[in-house]
Design a protein around this ligand. Structure first.
Ligand code: NAG
Ligand code: NAG
Ligand code: NAG
Ligand code: NAG
Length: 299
């Protein structure tokens, strides 16, 4: 490798590292996807396996962070606005028409629009009418990733602080920012304190809490919604509500967040990961199983 290619690859590598810190951590996305994968009905599991590279043997969680890795590559720069929603600073609500656009005002360019877009592309898979312009492997990875992002409360938050990215503070003893606290710090601290740094143990605990635990009575309502448009509107609304009530609260610039913040916010983070997984499975089952009615997707 010549020195200049090394320089370029190192630069790209650094960009990937930087990009990686801006979304539900690797662990958050992997757990969301693993939960979904375990809830797939046979036809959907088969379609997912066929769309993924063969050597993965249907392991969706292995590629769920891919959209974060490529979002700064030239070819995928258009996907960058699809990871989040910016809502007005003076509001704690989500309004699709008002909020779902990129910084130039292009409609649908937000995480709620992207979920509808890639679901609609995948819908053509079972109908056998796939548009050759679309790469359905990529559509599956984007959909799976964005279902994680829309459930991360600070991905659907205020515009001027960039979803908490510009709120610098301390997480226990080290420097961080509010967005990052919800993306990673809470999950990583929980893994260290309660799960022996084992992501599988954490996932099992989450699954246990909706199959037979604190969320058992609630879980059948998680998938209620009439059309994909009302579904994504509901998910985004839940996120901005949590961001306002729990994210920004007690998290002014410069503060140190510790045990109080961690213990009171952890249940929300865990529930959002669980909901992302259960709802991703619901969408994939509807999209790929002939037994289900087609999803109503606005295109
Ligand atoms: C799926 O991929 C993840 C990430 O590469 C890996 O940690 C996990 O062990 C894999 N699962 C299986 C069942 O192969
Ligand atoms: C939908 O996906 C296509 C490419 O697959 C892309 O060109 C378009 O910008 C996307 N729109 C949204 C809202 O995700
Ligand atoms: C679809 O996208 C994946 C991931 O970027 C790539 O590896 C694959 O070659 C693409 N398939 C086609 C048919 O272009
Ligand atoms: C599961 O529920 C128990 C309470 O029954 C709670 O202590 C634990 O933190 C929950 N785990 C997760 C991952 O939500």
């Amino acid at each position: 490798m010549s020195r200049s290619t090394c320089f370029v690859s190192c630069l790209v590598y650094c960009l990937i590292l930087i990009a990686g810190v801006q979304a539900w951590s690797k662990e958050g996305h992997m757990i969301t996807c693993k939960i979904a994968q375990d809830l797939l009905e046979p036809e959907a599991a088969d379609a997912v396996k066929k769309l993924l590279p063969e050597d993965l043997n249907g392991n969706l969680s292995a590629l769920c962070v891919w959209p974060d890795q490529v979002r700064h590559w030239y070819k995928y720069r258009w996907t960058s606005p699809l990871h989040f929603i910016d809502t007005p600073d003076d509001s704690c609500s989500f309004d699709y028409k008002r909020d779902c656009h990129d910084e130039h005002g292009v409609e649908d360019m937000c995480v709620a629009g992207a979920i509808q877009n890639f679901t609609s592309q995948l819908q053509h898979y079972r109908q056998g009418t796939a548009d050759r312009r679309y790469n359905l492997t990529e559509a599956l990875l984007f959909l799976s990733h964005f279902m994680g992002d829309i459930h991360q409360p600070m991905h659907c938050a205020h515009t001027s602080d960039r979803g908490g990215n510009s709120i610098d503070l301390r997480w226990f003893r080290h420097k961080s920012n509010l967005h990052h606290v919800w993306d990673r710090e809470i999950i990583l601290t929980a893994m260290k304190d309660y799960y022996d740094n084992d992501v599988d143990l954490l996932q099992q605990d989450i699954v246990g809490n909706f199959t037979d635990g604190i969320w058992f009575d609630d879980v059948s309502h998680w998938t209620d919604c009439d059309s994909l448009h009302t579904c994504v509107t509901k998910y985004a609304t839940e996120s901005i509500n949590i961001a306002c009530k729990w994210g920004y609260k007690d998290a002014d610039p410069g503060v140190t967040l510790g045990d109080n913040y961690f213990n009171s916010r952890l249940p929300f983070v865990m529930k959002r990961i669980a909901q992302g997984g259960v709802r991703l499975a619901m969408i994939l089952n509807k999209v790929f199983n002939h037994g289900h009615e087609a999803m109503v997707v606005a295109t």
